[in-house]
Design a protein. Structure first.
Ligand SMILES: Nc1ncnc2c1ncn2[C@@H]1O[C@H](COP(=O)(O)OP(=O)(O)OP(=O)(O)O)[C@@H](O)[C@H]1O
Ligand SMILES: [Mg+2]
Lengths: 373, 275, 503
């Protein structure tokens, strides 16, 4: 073989693309966004009541986003899969609860002593349903792919997401008389929930203190939304931190093989993560349906992306992080609706997602993962 | 003196969280030598390799290769500067043929630009033809004949996969070739062949070789310099003869008891190192 | 199962499905498709050396396929035609079915005989045969008055995009969920420089390059910060980008730009907002004049030419050092890096090359429909493209084309036709639907089952055949078949195994 001369002429031109990309993002921000942001802050200060109202909306947004975000975080923490179909499980939750509401004949006029126990029952059934669904999805569509590659289960998850959306669409055709007309007359149109939550303003007494000019509202609806979410999140936190199963989950998340060696049934633990995530998503679906009064078959996409962003913002895999992230994303979305423009809110949230992933992929609370080689 | 050193590493430390995998190691590779890095499992040998090749950034210390500091460079930049490597657990491109694997190795020595590729200029065509020819030659050089060239690398027998990895590393035109346990899992016959190949690479191609190896017969037979790591620290270095008789090395391999317990222990240790 | 029966079944089911839902004349097309499928499959599964064996084999498979068409035709005549008022003349229908059978058999035999030629004549012959069928299609369409051309052209546009996405997903192994965004960028770039919107009217032949370049630049802009991310994060970021682009297109009808607080651009209509930009200039060729929407044939050949050029260049990329670097990176990123491949640069090239072809597609599509709307580039489109790539076989051009054709024809022709037929059936006077089933009147296969189609494709392919219908590996083995017998590859891993943490 011929003697070789090592050619080093290409060594000089290693262009640091990643760095260039980061710098250009910063430059973009300074040039185009810094001044509008400052103006917005001034605007917020000028009208504190409006700001307060938006913050309350943000809080209710945050409540349901946190619930969904937990599903992403639990699953990602254990199997490192972005469960793309999770937002659609939430949508199915909304449809399931609406169906049950129709079945039980609940209406705005139903007396509270009948209505609330039944709603609680519906919540439980819905959660059980979506939990089972989520576990089934894992069994059927992800489990076999777990060892194949990272992207195969993700692609499968996208497929499941589309299947669920289509199920939601066809669900709209279920117009049995027994459902008391909750599915409306057009299958693809948004479905209306009856007004089952109290709408009186809990801050009315404050008007006596601050005078007529005080217009901030915090309704019973807001309270129920936030209250239910807090109770569920608390229960989950307790479960994961204190119970034996929860500890098994955390152990599996840290090191699946070691956990298996310690006698933890890994498959069952993974199912458990899907079970919990599915239950919370179902609850979120029902809450949002009741709160906003509508549900539509493609509502899962946006909610899913907001929640995934929340989970990443908090530090994916981190339970407290998901709750915090949910709250922040909820607030940001509400503020963006008011101070930027509702039509840009999606773009704002995606922008945030990109920025976090690029600049701090571990999120706010995620620990620095050991650099992998 | 130092112009005779191809690689000079000084004060290398690597920590993984609380674990210090490599602890303050100085390490020199003379130009044109075959140098071995040995030590018990988990001593930090592979970690050291990974720092040289840019897969890990050292926590501290400098690595000078051919007169240039390379610590912290990206792996591709290191390779381009003339360091080729193989992996302890074979990492071929499983669904590419043997020939394609070697062609990938030549990547950083080829110049075809995007436009050149799209226009398929004469220069690009000639370069491709030359690359294919050279890939064939390299395959034959490591003992994989033409018949194997178009087989998917994952379908090759184990021993051939190890050879293919060497061919792929050679394709990067290295000045320094790092081999991480190249004879692991091979039978004595294959091991002998591979030892001969390593020597040939140094003698004929003038490539400096750094070897991690557990088979003491190979190490003692082929290397001019040996460095011994234990628990991340360098505990000995020198010629094969010096290492063979070094108390600390024997201790590291067989535990404290062996060296302390007089003759019997020594004997076993020495045989252990010899075979 | 006997390969001949398998090939015949595959072709037959294909042909029968088409025959069942279509009006009379389409049976010729069904025959062509069934014959092509059966002939190619049987020759592939059971290679023959002698042309007579090939002929026999092709005829057998083709006959079986054709038989299905005849049966389908008869079934339709007996069961469906009376309900929808189509011909119930059994004899006539049988004769039509027989015509289909004859065509299927002839075409299948031709393909099977061609396959017995020595290499590389067999490959040349096969592609020539496909080329002939493709080239004469417009006349078949015209002669039998199918009027499918209006759908065939967008189908080809999407196949072109799938070919571009294949560079990103199939070659480089980067999951891009926002690929349609580059299509949108190409289309909008076209609309801005070749329409009355800004009053700029560049020639289409220039615009198509501008569109591709703009898309490529956006590919680099998006890729530079995000490509160092891990695979699944990259997927989500591209998805986000894919959503931002249509949002921006919808809302940038009032575009103001201030740099550091100073207004530089005040309130211009950049994108036409939700209404989009309309009209967009058509290509002009001396001799043909400006292309018309009522004249599909020039468009058909134009997109074919663009596609052939694209395939030509994609193959060059594939067989270059860059293409090898893509594959290596997909197989084992770390080992690739250790072999001297600059990962970020290589990914960036894949990304921008993919974007380029999408830009071509966008330019063509924009001027073909002569209008663009932000809604035509949503996530759904990106996922549909992904389905096309995965169904056919990632990283393999014939596979991607096949996958693209299947998904697109199912989406644009099969489901709508099926839907029409179902509607005709249930609204015919003979059928009395019980009131509980009255919702069937609204149910539309065209729009109510598309997502299901995409979703099931993705899940089933991942679970059962991640390598796609025509995996690239087999094709590669086929090219080297002279030296070694073809080895059945079980369950090809789509991407490199996940456990790569240790070196
Ligand atoms: N990426 C990593 N993260 C954490 N610890 C690591 C990492 N890589 C190596 N280590 C640890 O560093 C130590 C040295 O490992 P290394 O692989 O270098 O040993 P070695 O000498 O090559 O052993 P062997 O002969 O078994 O190959 C081990 O304790 C190992 O667990
Ligand atoms: Mg090692």
């Amino acid at each position: 073989m011929a003697t070789q001369t090592v050619d080093t002429s290409t060594t000089g031109r290693n262009i640091p693309w990643g760095l260039i990309g980061r710098i250009s993002l910063v430059v973009f921000f300074v040039l185009f966004l810094a001044v509008p942001l400052w103006n917005t802050i001034l605007e917020m200060i000028a009208n504190p009541q409006l700001l307060l109202r938006q913050l309350i909306i943000g809080l209710t947004n945050g409540a349901y986003i946190s619930l969904i975000a937990l599903g992403y975080t639990l699953v990602y923490g254990i199997v490192e899969l972005i469960n793309f179909a999770h937002g659609d499980v939430y949508m199915i939750g909304a449809f399931m609860s609406l169906t049950l509401i129709g079945l039980f004949g609940l209406q705005a006029a139903t007396p509270p002593e009948v209505r609330y126990p039944l709603m609680l029952l519906i919540l439980v059934i819905t959660m059980a349903f979506t939990a089972t669904l989520n576990v089934g999805i894992e069994r059927f569509a992800y489990r076999r792919l777990r060892t194949v590659s990272r992207l195969a289960p993700l692609i499968s998850a996208i497929g499941v997401s589309f299947i669920l959306q289509n199920v939601g669409l066809l669900w709209g055709y279920l117009r049995f008389p027994a459902l008391n007309g909750v599915m409306g007359s057009n299958a693809v149109a948004p479905k209306s929930f009856p007004n089952l939550l109290p709408t009186q303003n809990l801050l009315e007494p404050l008007q006596a203190v601050f005078g007529e000019g005080f217009r901030v509202r915090f309704t019973g609806k807001d309270l129920i939304m936030i209250g239910t979410a807090v109770v569920l999140l608390g229960a989950l936190y307790f479960f994961v931190q204190r119970t034996k199963l929860g500890k098994a989950m955390r152990a599996t998340a840290q090191d699946r093989d070691a956990a298996a060696l310690m006698g933890i049934n890994v498959n069952r633990t993974i199912s458990l993560a899907f079970l919990l995530g599915g239950a919370l998503a179902g609850a979120a679906g029902m809450l949002v349906g009741l709160y906003n009064g509508t549900a539509v078959f493609n509502m899962g996409f946006k909610a899913g992306l907001f929640s995934f962003t929340a989970a990443v913002l908090g530090g994916i895999g981190n339970i407290t992080g998901a709750m915090l992230g949910g709250l922040l994303i909820g607030l940001i979305a509400a503020l963006s609706d008011q101070y930027i423009n509702a039509k840009w809110t999606n773009a704002v949230i995606f922008g945030i997602l990109v920025l976090i992933l690029v600049f701090r992929p571990t999120g706010l609370l995620g620990e620095n993962v050991q650099q992998k080689a | 003196m130092s112009e005779n050193l191809l690689l000079k590493a000084t004060g290398i430390v690597k920590q993984f969280g609380g674990l210090t995998a490599v602890n303050n190691v100085d390490f020199n590779i003379p130009r044109g030598s075959i140098t071995s890095l040995i030590g018990p499992n988990g001593a930090g040998k592979t970690t050291f390799f990974n720092m040289i090749t840019g897969l890990y950034v050292p926590t501290s210390g400098t690595i000078v290769f051919d007169g240039e500091e390379i610590q912290g460079l990206k792996p591709d930049a290191v390779t381009t500067r003339g360091i080729g490597r193989t992996f302890q657990n074979i990492r071929l491109f499983a669904h590419m043929t043997a020939l394609e694997n070697v062609l990938v190795g030549q990547h950083c020595r080829l110049h075809a630009s995007l436009l050149g590729i799209l226009a398929l200029t004469k220069k690009v065509r000639e370069e491709e033809a030359a690359a294919h020819k050279r890939a064939q030659e390299l395959l034959e050089y490591v003992g994989l004949g033409r018949s194997r060239a178009n087989e998917l690398s994952k379908n090759l027998p184990y021993g051939d996969q190890r050879r293919l990895e060497i061919a792929r590393a050679l394709a990067t035109n290295p000045k320094l070739l790092l081999l991480d346990e190249p004879t692991a899992g091979m039978n004595p016959q294959e091991t002998d062949d591979l030892t001969r190949l390593m020597r040939k690479v140094r003698d004929e191609l003038g490539i400096t070789v750094l070897l991690i190896e557990h088979d003491m017969k190979v190490v003692m037979g082929i290397s001019e310099h040996i460095t011994v790591l234990d628990h991340g620290a360098k505990i000995a270095e020198g010629s094969p003869e010096e290492i063979r008789n070094n108390e600390q090395v024997i201790e590291a391999y067989l535990g404290r008891g062996a060296a302390a317990h007089g003759k019997g222990g020594r004997q076993t240790a020495a045989t252990g190192l010899r075979t | 199962m006997n390969p001949r029966i398998r090939a015949g079944l595959a072709g037959g089911i294909f042909g029968a499905l088409i025959t069942l839902i279509s009006v009379d004349q389409v049976v010729y097309l069904a025959g062509m498709l069934a014959g092509t499928t059966a002939g190619m499959m049987v020759a592939y599964m059971e290679p023959q050396k002698k042309w007579l064996d090939g002929l026999r084999q092709g005829i057998q498979a083709g006959l079986l396929g054709g038989l299905f068409i005849v049966i389908a035709k008869l079934l339709r005549a007996i069961l469906i035609n009376p309900l929808i008022g189509d011909s119930t003349d059994l004899g006539g229908q049988f004769m039509l079915g027989l015509n289909g059978l004859v065509i299927a058999t002839i075409i299948s035999a031709i393909f099977a005989v061609i396959a017995t030629l020595p290499r590389p004549q067999d490959l040349i012959g096969r592609y020539a045969m496909v080329a002939i069928l493709t080239l004469i299609y417009p006349w078949i369409d015209q002669y039998f008055q199918y009027r499918f051309m209006g759908e065939v052209i967008p189908v080809l546009v999407f196949v072109l995009m799938a070919l571009g996405l294949n560079i990103v997903v199939g070659y480089a192994g980067l999951l891009d969920l926002g690929y349609a965004a580059f299509f949108a960028i190409g289309a909008y770039a076209t609309a801005m420089v070749a329409s009355p919107h800004f009053g700029i009217s560049l020639s289409f032949w220039l615009v198509i390059w501008i569109a591709a370049a703009v898309a490529a630049i956006f590919g680099v802009i998006l890729g530079a910060p995000t490509l160092p991310l891990r695979g699944d994060y990259l997927a989500i970021v591209t998805l986000g980008f894919g959503e931002i682009v249509p949002i921006a297109a919808t809302n940038l009808d009032t575009f103001s730009l201030s740099i550091l607080g100073f207004k530089v651009i005040d309130n211009i209509n950049l994108t036409g907002g939700p209404k989009g930009i309309n009209p967009i200039n058509r290509p002009y060729l001396p001799g043909i004049g400006a292309f018309q929407s009522s004249q599909p044939i020039p468009w058909y050949y134009l997109i074919l030419i663009i596609m052939i050029f694209s395939i030509f260049f994609i193959l060059r990329l594939r067989n270059s050092r860059l293409g090898r670097a893509w594959t290596a990176m997909r197989e084992d990123e770390l080992a690739a890096e250790a072999m001297g491949i600059n990962i970020v640069k290589t990914k960036l090239l894949a990304f921008s090359m993919g974007a380029t072809f999408s830009g071509f597609a966008g330019a063509f599509y924009g001027s073909y429909i002569s209008a663009i709307f932000p809604e035509s580039f949503r996530f759904e489109v990106s996922v549909m493209l992904l389905c096309m790539v995965i169904l056919g076989g990632m990283g393999n051009i014939p596979g991607v084309i096949l996958g693209g054709l299947l998904i697109q024809f199912a989406d644009r022709l099969f489901l709508p036709q099926l839907s029409n037929m179902m509607q005709s059936i249930i609204s015919s006077p003979q059928v009395q639907l019980p009131s509980s089933l009255s919702f069937l009147h609204e149910l539309s296969f065209a729009s109510d089952f598309r997502l299901l189609l995409f979703g099931i494709t993705l899940v089933v392919m991942m679970l059962l055949r991640p390598e796609g219908l025509i995996p690239s590996e087999r094709q590669r083995m086929e090219l080297h078949a002279d030296e070694e017998p073809v080895v059945e590859q079980q369950q090809t891993e789509v991407y490199t195994a996940r456990n790569q943490e240790t070196v």
